[in-house]
Design a protein around this ligand. Structure first.
Ligand SMILES: Cc1cc2nc3c(=O)[nH]c(=O)nc-3n(C[C@H](O)[C@H](O)[C@H](O)COP(=O)(O)O)c2cc1C
Length: 197
């Protein structure tokens, strides 16, 4: 199966090939209802003991929080995400109540579970026509301080969301990279019964 430059070696739903992470956004405003659909998709991700440790804090373009959230990104990410329509900070709760327990304990799967929620959001974002782009390049200490985060919440990543724009809004070097990327071979990531380095 092939979609734009990508080919899957085994049959999969086409949504997995179609989604990619653009940087050229159009800068139009995103309806709040659309954004809520994306978080709704994330909401239905699986998590250990159904603890649902993911949290999303967002700012929409042309609203009072926008400049602050743009300032949460490193310089490189600001250079393209300034044209996005929404910026999201993804948090995870690092503690939870164990089944039947009354006291919260450290929750080892907080990041793993939150990654699943981001994956659901990204697929819904693509199919809604508002592609999402994950960002590790964020200023975690600044985010923690300015959003007043409690200690048992980890700052995981940022997400830019927007409508596809023209490549010309990007610096030349980024224009060249503005296309879907490929992947490792399946044999490099999945093996039966033993670890293959
Ligand atoms: C957790 C995470 C962090 C990322 N951080 C950045 C980033 O800081 N800046 C950036 O331009 N892209 C970032 N990306 C985008 C990845 O480079 C991209 O997802 C990867 O190359 C695969 O391409 P695709 O999403 O288009 O399939 C990040 C993606 C994820 C999932």
């Amino acid at each position: 199966m092939s979609t734009h430059s990508r080919t899957a070696d085994h049959p999969i739903d086409k949504q997995f090939l179609e989604r990619w992470s653009p940087r050229a956004y159009s800068g139009e405003e995103i309806p709040e209802a659309t954004l809520r659909s994306l978080f709704e998709a994330a909401r239905w991700a699986p998590s250990s003991s159904n603890a649902q440790p993911w949290r999303f804090i967002y700012a929409r373009r042309n609203t009072p929080h926008w400049d602050q959230f743009l300032g949460f990104l490193n310089e490189f990410n600001q250079s393209w995400a300034k044209n996005a329509s929404a910026l999201v900070i993804v948090l995870s709760k690092t503690t939870s109540l164990p089944p039947g327990g009354t006291t919260e304990v450290p929750w080892p799967t907080h990041s793993f579970d939150t990654g699943a929620a981001w994956g659901f959001l990204a697929l819904q974002a693509w199919s809604s026509g508002w592609p999402a782009h994950g960002m590790a390049g964020i200023l975690k200490d600044k985010i923690r301080a300015e959003l007043g985060l409690p200690e048992n919440y980890a700052v995981e990543a940022g997400i830019a969301i927007g409508k596809l724009g023209d490549k010309s809004v990007l610096p030349a070097a980024l224009q060249e990279r503005e296309s879907p990327s490929s992947r490792k071979l399946l044999a490099e990531i999945a093996s039966e019964g033993k670890f293959i380095p």
